[in-house]
Design a binder for this molecule. Structure first.
Ligand SMILES: *[C@@H]1O[C@H](CO)[C@@H](O)[C@H](O)[C@H]1NC(C)=O
Ligand SMILES: *[C@@H]1O[C@H](CO)[C@@H](O)[C@H](O)[C@H]1NC(C)=O
Ligand SMILES: *[C@@H]1O[C@H](CO)[C@@H](O)[C@H](O)[C@H]1NC(C)=O
Ligand SMILES: *[C@@H]1O[C@H](CO)[C@@H](O)[C@H](O)[C@H]1NC(C)=O
Ligand SMILES: *[C@@H]1O[C@H](CO)[C@@H](O)[C@H](O)[C@H]1NC(C)=O
Ligand SMILES: *[C@@H]1O[C@H](CO)[C@@H](O)[C@H](O)[C@H]1NC(C)=O
Ligand SMILES: *[C@@H]1O[C@H](CO)[C@@H](O)[C@H](O)[C@H]1NC(C)=O
Ligand SMILES: *[C@@H]1O[C@H](CO)[C@@H](O)[C@H](O)[C@H]1NC(C)=O
Ligand SMILES: *[C@@H]1O[C@H](CO)[C@@H](O)[C@H](O)[C@H]1NC(C)=O
Length: 699
């Protein structure tokens, strides 16, 4: 039984560490333990750390290869494996805590996407009918051809009529983000044509009358780009570089993504995507949340660095695609809804084309000509196609074209999702198909896929609610990494997992993408060094952006993470006087829950309150003009007898003002499991269940 005893010992220590909440230098088990800069008995800590590390790695290897990344959906998945929860970093990986993030620096409550209070904002949308009609487009394209769709013909002309179609190339006007130049020649074709141009306009005429206009974008290999990439690609690297594919959807909170796009979420789950539950926006709208991803800078810092004057284009700014380009990657940047794209809305965009492939000229030409179904801010349709579908098809072409070659692609869709809370549901099927397609054809063998948003809905009825306010600051982000890569970088992978329940930001995503560009930084030795360095910073100086392949410190706060208070969804805690009369109900409830758990175990004593040791209340930073949070969360520590166990638990107290109720009728709910803060020794030897050992005092 030696092995068992060792396990128990380690377990207890891991557990103890996790529970020692009050010492800010103590951090729970990441893949590498961060060593304390000051620390009393460093040697002992090291030994423990090594032990824990060995053990955690073992468990990590086991649980990660077997149970690859079930997405922690909505933050409260039923916990299928009680044990790993205790090994793998305590509360943070415990999916059932009532919090998305629950650590020293930050708590973000987990909400129910279908909470009755917000149900009235959710409804089923009718499918969109384009102003141009919903006919099939007459001329379709695939990766290399355009062709007349025989099924569509009947909508446009009769069999006996003679219709002529031609395609004409167009391109970005030099040094101008707003206009394009069309070629003079129009190339006539019958059924189909091979297209070598990047952007084309298609026109069909019947008896000199234009009956059809359409636009297509392709991804031809460009000789200059290819030769640069050949030259720059460092073939000496022992790990083949991962491509980066970022698929952005504007204005969708994490919760709304799950609410509106469940099929897409399921497709991502099949790709074993990792979801960052504590991703908090750092600015109001798209631009200040994208700038940090692409540059690692805040919007204010970008001004100082390269954009000192509002008329100046963004050409000199250090956007990430430049780093990838310099390392032999093809670069692609594509957005729809070109009236309000990230760098052009009330801003001057780029003078020189920023990336090797740049969709804006296409967007300008196509939307100005055949954009339609304009709602609020964007054209939802291009001809009879949905604008977002079209962008997805272009994304497919990029993936197909560069399946074998390193590329960095950043796509941002706004046309469908920018303005309407319920509209994402209209894209669910298309995005599902897209992710199934890339999964089925193994198109992500050498690609890191990021699918993300910038923030939640910023206006409307829903935004007025407390939940709406929380959701507004918490967009979704998922990462998909190839299987071989995960095996190659197990520690980075384990850290990524651990960070799913950390407070994270767009600044971190930037660092994470840089790590993908420089995989040598992810080798175990380097990671260990970087982890130690990260651990050597005390509270206030931890770096703002932290790669998700490193353990994000537990004591990270919104301030150190660069999240302005207004957008910060971490709730602050404050001490409650132990004499506060409000606590009585909370205490009673806590004891009742504790004993309810023990009720099935007759060998365990009924626990009674010995003392209330500590009580905190978690308060939201709710501004005066906002509604009050509809609940208060308390965290209390108590000592019980017999056995003198110390327990800590969190209780959510919901205010129920629906009837003539009074305080005692408020509903209370235990958030997550109850922690045991002192050791239990042999007190609970009479129960086998690992969990119950924490609570039972054997009679
Ligand atoms: C996990 O623990 C809970 C009690 O906390 C228990 O109900 C459940 O059956 C356990 N699950 C497994 C898989 O052991
Ligand atoms: C593209 O369409 C053309 C014309 O219909 C067809 O000949 C070609 O095989 C298609 N290519 C692909 C890759 O599907
Ligand atoms: C990325 O490129 C910028 C210049 O655009 C450079 O200043 C920066 O050091 C590069 N970062 C890395 C990690 O290569
Ligand atoms: C996208 O491409 C597929 C074929 O690859 C085509 O069937 C579909 O109609 C296209 N959708 C749009 C909106 O262009
Ligand atoms: C790790 O850091 C130490 C000093 O802190 C240095 O001597 C060593 O070379 C580093 N190792 C690697 C692999 O970078
Ligand atoms: C809260 O109470 C704990 C002891 O229970 C104490 O250590 C801590 O300093 C208090 N915090 C504040 C802000 O008063
Ligand atoms: C309950 O509280 C909400 C928010 O404070 C308020 O709008 C509502 O009128 C209250 N209902 C009753 C019945 O007091
Ligand atoms: C308030 O709660 C007390 C019990 O604590 C109960 O006796 C009383 O009837 C309640 N009042 C109302 C208005 O519900
Ligand atoms: C409920 O509790 C609060 C805070 O202790 C108190 O101010 C309020 O008067 C109480 N309401 C009722 C109906 O007892």
């Amino acid at each position: 039984m030696r092995a068992d005893r060792l396990d128990d010992e380690v377990l207890l220590r891991v557990a103890k560490k996790t529970w020692e909440q009050d010492d800010p230098r103590e951090r729970d088990g990441s893949a590498f333990e961060i060593t304390s800069p000051k620390g009393g008995s460093r040697l002992r800590r090291w030994l423990i750390a090594i032990l824990i590390f060995l053990f955690v790695s073992l468990v990590a290897i086991n649980s990660f290869t077997i149970d690859q990344l079930r997405i922690a959906r909505l933050g409260h998945v039923s916990n299928q494996d009680n044990n790993t929860q205790h090994f793998m970093g305590g509360p943070k990986l415990n999916p059932a805590t009532g919090y998305l993030v629950r650590n020293k620096g930050c708590r973000i409550p987990a909400l129910d996407p279908f909470d009755p209070a917000i149900r009235r904002y959710v409804h089923k949308e009718k499918p969109i009918v384009c102003d141009f009609g919903n006919n099939l487009p007459l001329v379709e394209s695939n990766d290399s051809h355009i062709f007349v769709n025989p099924e569509a013909r009947g909508f446009y002309y009769n069999k006996d009529e003679r219709v002529k179609c031609c395609w004409r190339e167009f391109w970005r006007e030099a040094n101008n983000d707003e206009s394009v130049t069309f070629a003079k020649d129009c190339n006539y074709f019958e059924e189909w044509a091979i297209v070598t141009a990047e952007f084309i306009k298609v026109e069909c005429t019947k008896k000199n009358e234009k009956i059809y206009r359409d636009y297509h974008a392709f991804v031809p290999h460009k000789p200059q780009v290819e030769s640069r990439c050949q030259k720059k690609l460092d073939t000496r690297k022992d790990v083949s570089p991962l491509s980066v594919l970022i698929v952005g959807l504007d204005s969708i909170s994490r919760m709304n993504f799950h609410r509106m796009m469940p099929k897409t979420v399921e497709a991502l789950r099949k790709l074993e995507a990792v979801e960052m539950l504590g991703y908090n926006k750092v600015g109001d709208n798209t631009y200040p949340n994208i700038v940090p991803v692409l540059s690692g800078l805040s919007q204010e810092e970008l001004v100082g660095r390269c954009w000192d004057n509002r008329k100046k284009p963004f050409d000199e700014c250090p956007f990430l695609w430049k780093n990838f380009s310099a390392s032999g990657y093809r670069t692609i940047f594509g957005e729809d809804a070109c009236e309000m794209t990230t760098f052009n809305y009330l801003k001057p965009g780029f003078k020189k084309q920023p990336t090797d492939y740049y969709l804006r000229p296409y967007c300008i030409a196509a939307e100005h000509d055949i954009g339609n179904t304009h709602k609020l801010n964007a054209d939802i349709c291009l001809g009879t196609r949905k604008n977002f579908d079209n962008l997805l098809n272009y994304t497919r072409k990029v993936i197909n074209s560069f399946a074998e070659d390193p590329y960095f692609a950043f796509f941002w869709q706004s046309s469908l999702t920018h303005d309407f809370f319920n509209f994402p549901q209209l894209g669910d099927e298309s995005y599902r198909q897209f992710f199934e397609y890339v999964g089925r054809d193994d198109l992500l063998m050498n690609t890191a896929l990021v699918i993300m948003s910038d923030h939640g809905m910023r206006w409307g009825d829903f935004r007025q609610t407390y939940q709406g306010r929380l959701e507004g600051s918490l967009p979704f982000v998922f990462l998909v990494l190839p299987k071989w890569w995960r095996k190659r970088f197990p520690v980075a992978w384990a850290n990524l997992h651990r960070n799913t329940r950390s407070l994270t930001t767009p600044f971190d995503l930037h660092e994470t993408l840089l790590d993908i560009l420089h995989p040598e930084n992810l080798r175990e030795m380097n990671l260990k060094n970087r982890t130690n360095i990260l651990g050597s910073y005390n509270g206030e100086n931890i770096p703002r952006g932290i790669s998700w392949f490193l353990p994000v410190p537990d004591h990270r706060t919104c301030t150190t993470a660069g999240i302005p208070g207004h957008w910060c969804m971490c709730h602050d805690s404050r001490n409650v006087s132990l004499n506060d009369p409000d606590l009585q109900g909370i205490l009673d409830f806590f004891l009742q829950e504790l004993n309810r758990m023990l009720a099935d175990y007759r060998q365990c004593a009924v626990l009674k309150l010995k003392s209330l040791m500590d009580a905190k209340v978690w308060t939201g930073k709710i501004e005066a003009d906002d509604k009050k949070a509809p609940w208060t969360d308390y965290t209390i520590s108590i000592q019980t007898y017999p056995g003198d166990a110390i327990f800590e638990g969190s209780i959510r107290n919901r205010f129920d003002n629906s009837s003539n109720s009074n305080n005692s009728s408020n509903t209370k709910e235990l958030l997550g499991s109850i922690s045991r803060l002192n050791t239990y020794g042999k007190q609970s030897a009479c129960v086998d269940d690992f969990n119950m050992r924490l609570y039972c005092y054997c009679l």
